[in-house]
Design a protein around this ligand. Structure first.
Ligand SMILES: Nc1ncnc2c1ncn2[C@@H]1O[C@H](COP(=O)(O)OP(=O)(O)OP(=O)(O)O)[C@@H](O)[C@H]1O
Length: 265
């Protein structure tokens, strides 16, 4: 290999945050993910796209072991975060989920105050020694969630009293409060109106300065707007994974082409 190619390869590998190899997922008899291998880059937004039921959410949930919570679900293969096997016995799933945070389709604030929604994770992970430190963590997370200005005067009001878009940004603030390294987002804008969607998309773009972000989306426009890498899934297979521009302008696989041109899905 010539030197330049080797350096490029080393840089690419150094940028890998999560590496998945030969991952299969079963729900009882249903084979939902088939032999998927992929490297998720750090400080990059990766979009998972594909027709309904193709396994996008299932694979996303493998990345922070959320599938552990589904009794019938069995995951095989290897997934490494910074080179460490996330399924090793020594790895505590609760700690892992603080490192690999998740935001869901429907905003789901706890029935607590705005402050307590964000303070909850840092408290259980012992991140603050006193109230002043906790206040600081909460403010920083709400700023990262691009919602501080809207809530700073009502931190003790219930999180559930915010608008849908504000609730979703609160949930993003809650996820970043534990200082994760990866943020998983499962259709984070599907319950939001276009203005709130634009705000969350803008926020996603900012978050990639600090995190690896993986987003499941049904909207190809959204994938094209927010991501740099795109993975196209079909019937449990990872069909194609490439730069987002390439996937949307010049896909290699016929199935990808059919999906992005609206012929399947
Ligand atoms: N909890 C579950 N129990 C049993 N089967 C499941 C479960 N969750 C998903 N499945 C099945 O696994 C397959 C993949 O589903 P998954 O939700 O991951 O797809 P998806 O691409 O995210 O779909 P959508 O875009 O509709 O959300 C489907 O056949 C689905 O029915």
């Amino acid at each position: 290999m010539n030197d330049i190619r080797k350096i490029e390869r080393d840089v690419n590998m150094a940028n890998t945050k999560i590496s998945a190899r030969s991952v299969d997922v079963f729900y009882g008899e249903t084979h939902a993910i088939r032999n998927v291998s992929v490297d998720i880059a750090d400080r990059t937004v990766t979009a998972f796209i594909g027709p309904s039921g193709c396994g996008k959410s299932t694979f996303l949930r493998c990345l922070n072991r959320m599938n552990d919570t589904i009794e019938t679900c069995r995951v095989t293969g290897d997934i490494e975060l910074d080179g460490r096997d996330i399924n090793a016995r020594s790895v505590d799933a609760v700690q892992l989920r603080a490192q690999v945070g998740m935001v869901f389709q429907k905003p789901n604030p706890f029935p607590k105050s705005i402050y307590d929604n964000v303070a909850y994770g840092p408290k259980i992970h012992g991140m603050a020694r006193n109230k002043a430190e906790l206040d600081e963590i909460v403010e920083k997370a709400l700023r990262r969630g691009a919602i501080w200005d809207e809530v700073k005067d009502r931190l003790h009001a219930p999180g559930t009293g915010l608008s849908g878009g504000q609730q979703q940004r609160l949930c993003i603030a809650r996820a970043v409060a534990t200082e994760p390294e990866v943020l998983l987002m499962d259709e984070p804008c599907s319950a939001l109106d276009p203005i709130a969607t634009a705000q969350v998309e803008e926020l996603i773009d900012e978050l990639r300065q600090d995190y690896a972000v993986v987003i499941v989306t049904h909207s190809m426009q959204q994938a094209a707007r927010v991501s740099q890498k795109t993975a196209f899934f079909h019937l449990g297979d990872l069909v194609e994974y490439d730069d987002t521009d390439r996937i949307f302008t010049n896909p290699r696989d016929q199935r990808t082409e059919s999906y992005i041109t609206g012929r399947i899905g």
